[in-house]
Design a protein around this ligand. Structure first.
Ligand code: ARG
Length: 478
């Protein structure tokens, strides 16, 4: 049906009319512009909510039947219809392709009306797409979080396996990317394990605020039908029901929390990627990536490129972008629902997809990396990584730390001039720096001692690391 205004615009070529059907036709006399219809549609991406949308509709139907709003017969028809739609959607991905629905909610409702006729037109009683979409997204995200925590744990498992199979390996620890102090390779693995433990906890914590039922808030004011929200929550596995209908339909904090938690996972994966990339260069020579996760060069035959880790590092940026776009989208929105919020889904979906694939690829890289332990050990024993040990030795003999620092600094300069390491000085040379130095200094300057003395909780001493590793393993299993 065209009104005069649309006809005028159409005649002047300023709009192109669409013949699409929608859920809110009654109020309108004019047709929508085709460009706008496409612009407005979310079905291209929110079809991912299909299964949870049907599940939530099944629960809504039950609650309407219990409240006496639907007859038993109507509820039965709706339930069977929804089940048929769900089965078909799962079995046949092409089911969605030719459809021009505005969004997943209108898609399911149209299919239901096609299938069972009038009772299908009653399903939307007492509900709005505003509480419906919030419910769907929470259901979807709950599953997504459950999936990701498993993958975070799998990546942690890969780190522990790697550490446990290289208990003797050492490498130089760096600060400012300058050789600093020797560390156990397992200690390095456990550093990443810790980051992922926090990520795991953040996801689990975020899930608590995801798992609250908005359905029953309707458009914004709450529903006038006597549905039992608690029982809907139980049926859908929510922990509780939302306490304020206005907030329930306009809250997307849970999306921001999820994408922020995802951003930190990407920060950690990206740092891991950077370490692995550096350590796999000829310059470092500590790691060799498996052929399974590297690529060659189309031109330079000798190349083995760490594309897997570079993509993980690169993809971090997309998730940070989603985090920013969600915050910017929500900021300044008046209460309650606004269509701006439709932009939430792609940010959430793509963050999930990205984190999921990056965790998987990183775990594969870790499971297949080869260590060049000789090279790692050589690097950990060259470049004065034991200078701090010498300073601590002088402190143990009574010298104030500041003076010890100064003395060792001079020793390093001298060693550099002669192209030797500190342990290669003769005892006389060392004593010319300080009379406090005795023969026992050479033991202190060994790699073994440098590691063994870091025996406080959290340090890199082999026994301490072995205990930390065992603890990490039991946390992961527990
Ligand atoms: N596709 C919409 C979204 O994702 C569903 C909710 C629409 N609600 C509305 N009042 N137009 O947010």
């Amino acid at each position: 049906m065209h009104d005069a205004w649309s006809s005028t615009l159409e005649a002047t070529g300023r709009i192109e009319l669409s013949d699409s059907k929608n859920l809110w036709g009654g109020r309108f006399t004019g047709e929508a512009d085709r460009g706008f219809v496409d612009f407005n549609r979310s079905f291209g991406f929110d079809r991912r909510l299909f299964a949870v949308d049907v599940r939530a509709s099944l629960a809504h139907c039950n609650s309407l039947a219990s409240a006496g709003v639907l007859s038993g017969e109507e509820a039965k028809k709706i339930t069977e219809g929804l089940q048929t739609i769900l089965d078909r959607g799962i079995a046949d991905p092409g089911y969605f392709d030719l459809d021009e629905s505005e969004d997943v909610h209108s898609f399911v409702e149209s299919r239901l009306v096609e299938l069972i006729g009038d009772p299908g037109r009653k399903l939307h009683t007492g509900r709005s797409r505003n509480d419906q979409v919030a419910t769907d997204l929470r259901l979807w995200l709950r599953d997504a979080i459950d999936d990701l925590v498993q993958r975070v744990a799998a990546t942690q498992g890969a780190l522990l396996d790697l550490a446990e199979s290289h208990l003797e390996a050492v490498l130089p620890g760096y600060t400012h990317l300058q050789r600093a102090q020797p560390i156990l390779f397992a200690h390095w693995c456990l550093a990443y394990f810790e980051m992922f433990s926090r990520d795991y906890e953040r996801l689990v914590d975020c899930r608590k605020r995801v798992n609250i039922l908005p359905l029953g808030s309707a458009a914004l004011a709450g529903t006038s039908y006597p549905i039992d929200r608690e029982s809907v929550a139980r049926e859908l596995g929510f922990d509780s029901v939302s306490r304020n209908s206005i907030d329930a339909v306009s809250d997307r904090d849970f999306c921001v929390e999820f994408v922020s938690a995802s951003s930190l996972i990407m920060v950690h994966l990206s740092r891991l990627a950077e370490d692995v990339i550096l350590y796999s260069t000829t310059e470092f020579g500590f790691f060799e990536l498996s052929d399974a996760v590297a690529t060659g060069s189309s031109l330079m035959p000798q190349k083995k490129n760490p594309d897997s880790m570079e993509l993980v590092r690169g993809k971090a940026g997309r998730v940070f972008g989603h985090n920013t776009s969600l915050l910017a989208m929500l900021k300044g929105l008046p209460l309650a629902y606004n269509k701006d919020m439709q932009e939430d889904k792609e940010a959430v979906f793509d963050s999930f997809d990205t984190v999921r694939s990056c965790l998987d690829v990183s775990a594969t890289v870790l499971r297949n990396v080869r260590l060049n332990e000789d090279q790692m050990r050589a690097a950990a024993t060259k470049g004065y990584l034991n200078a701090t040990e010498l300073a601590d030795y002088l402190v143990s003999k009574g010298m104030p730390f500041r003076d010890a620092h100064e003395t060792v600094g001079r020793a390093v300069v001298r060693a550099m001039q002669r192209g030797i390491e500190l342990q290669e000085f003769s005892i006389d040379e060392l004593q010319s720096l300080s009379q406090l130095i005795q023969q026992d200094v050479f033991e202190v300057l060994t790699l073994k001692s440098a590691l063994a003395t870091k025996a406080q909780r959290g340090g890199t001493a082999p026994d301490t690391v072995a205990a930390a590793l065992a603890k990490a393993r039991s946390t992961l299993l527990g």
